[in-house]
Ligand binder design. Structure first.
Ligand code: PEP
Ligand code: MG
Length: 316
């Protein structure tokens, strides 16, 4: 049955009634491109650039970064490539960028965009490398910031992008405050991308790396679905696209629910793309919306999953 499903679904992501949902790959660098292409990714929805910066005592030069970024952009002519600027902090320390001091709770410390706004040359160098890499390629470069908490940070990031020649600047929604105030943030940016891994971590105050708390990382939790719905509504009100690039997008039933909540693109580890593509192709947008409404009526993650699956018959 699995082979039949895989064979049936090829091409761009869309629901049974033809509503297009671009299906994109999460990558850590050019080495992940072959798997993305084999699985028919329509572009990159999350390029985690940290790997370029790890294990080194000096930052990569602008030229070095430009070469890595160009390789990714050239793999998707005419496609979308969403690059996340450096998401480092005390949990992923960089030798050339020490944390500002002892941080007892690194996940709540100076990480992500906070760190870059205090280390401007690192941000500027990365944005300049990205703008240069995009010149002469047909891929659509979109750059986003991790760990944005509010409007002032979003505005600072967009201004830095524009100054460096990056035309399309968005933000990740992975801090609950940003989801709650998505309607304020939408007009200030070009797009949202929801990081469900961190959004779950911060919503449930449960470290994503602590195995004994993994139930609290379940992306079917109704509170998380509510925050995703708020984010998608805020994006829609501002006329902005809203993707998901956390692990949630890789679950075929949840992918349908996300589309039903108003999410406009899905990005995931490339091996998950075929089953998500198949699940979408078997359900209409209205079925996805009904499944999303049902899921949010659940009181627990398990209930939400069961309620949604009951309305997504094409998944069995
Ligand atoms: C997320 O937080 O959901 C995300 C996509 O980013 P990362 O897993 O790299 O923190
Ligand atoms: Mg994250």
């Amino acid at each position: 049955a699995r082979e039949a499903v895989l064979a049936a679904a090829t091409g761009p992501g869309c629901t049974a009634d033809g509503y297009e949902v671009p299906l994109l790959a999460n990558i850590g660098g050019p080495a992940d491109l072959p798997t993305a292409l084999e699985n028919e990714a329509q572009g990159v929805g999350l390029y985690r650039t940290e790997f370029l910066f790890l294990d080194r005592t000096t930052p990569p030069t602008v030229d070095e970064q430009e070469a890595a970024y160009r390789e990714v952009l050239e793999a998707f002519p005419g496609g979308r490539v969403v690059v996340r600027v450096l998401d480092a902090g005390a949990d992923k320390p960089l030798a050339f960028l020490p944390p500002p001091g002892e941080e007892p709770n690194p996940a709540l410390g100076e990480r992500g965009l906070r760190m870059l706004l205090r280390n401007r040359p690192t941000l500027t160098g990365q944005l300049e490398a990205l703008a240069r890499a995009a010149q002469g390629t047909t891929a659509k470069l979109q750059v986003m910031a991790p760990m944005v908490a509010g409007l002032a940070e979003a505005e600072e990031f967009v201004a830095a992008c524009r100054a460096a020649g990056v035309e399309t600047a968005g933000i990740m929604i992975e801090i609950p405050a940003a989801a709650i105030r998505a309607s304020d943030l939408g007009p200030a940016v070009d797009f949202f991308s929801i990081g469900t891994n961190d959004l779950a971590q911060y919503t449930f105050a449960a470290d994503r790396q602590v195995g004994s708390l993994s139930a609290l990382q379940d992306p079917w939790q109704p509170a998380l679905l509510d925050l995703i719905a708020m984010t998608a509504e805020g994006a829609k009100a501002a006329g902005r696209p809203c993707g998901v690039c956390g692990e949630a997008a890789a679950d075929p039933a949840l992918a349908c629910v996300l589309v039903g909540l108003g999410v406009t693109s899905l990005s995931m580890g490339a091996p998950a793309l075929p089953l998500v593509r198949a699940a979408l192709s078997r359900h209409t947008r209205a079925q996805c919306e009904a499944a999303a409404v049902a899921a949010r009526q659940g009181q627990t993650a398990d209930e939400a999953r069961d309620l949604a699956r009951g309305l997504l018959p094409g998944l069995s």
